[in-house]
Design a protein around this ligand. Sequence first.
Ligand code: MG
Length: 257
Amino acid sequence: MRTAMIILKTADEIDRMRRAGILAAEALREVARMVKPGVTGAHLDRIGEEFIRSRGGVPSFKGYRGFPSSLCVSVNDEVVHGIPDGRPLRDGEIVSIDLGVVLDEFHGDIAVTLPVGEVGKDVQKLLTVARESLFKGIDAVRPGRRLGDVGVAIQRHAERAGFSVVRDFAGHGIGRQLHEEPQVPNFGEAGTGPVLRVGMTLAIEPMVNAGGYEVYMDEDGWTVRTRDRRPSAHFEHTVAVAQDGPQVLTAIPDGVL
Ligand code: MG
């Protein structure tokens, strides 16, 4: 894996990224409050976009390679990159909401998967483990450690619970660009991959499947689905590598994760 292209950020740039990250987390909190049976993805998209713009930000995803919306809204077997539409969410479904904000030239990227109404025990376990996997990955962030240490921490936690991690999509470096080097896989081997250095900024985003890890692309060219049609959960934070460990740039005190 190349490491030369990884852009390190100064302390000032990380402060700016934190402001973008906080706005992203606040927007996600607003959207998450609306999630209930009967609400449509299109409505959530509108709420999110209006909130981001009202605070002076711009949605990172809208227009990115032609993506039509501000939020990715991925339901049940949809893993990531679902396009919000007019179908009402139903009781017992799960919905991943992923949003990015650009503010003062820097991006923040965050995602959460939420239950719609009441979900079954197995589905709730998937949400819990996927969320924990994100924090296992974050906890592995230390200067001098390697990216494979992050991937293996995520993978180990998900697989121990009987779930799988998606191979075909990964987290990513983030900064002035939504997607920068390096790729941040949700699997790997300890002690391999690029060395983590102070000033690296990473979007860590486990995609955890209830069944197998295989996915396929929907006919819309965006929506990624599980091949076995079983549910998938997705959680994401934007994280800076600091001298004393990880700094989560998308954390707010009463946030959704
Ligand atoms: Mg991302």
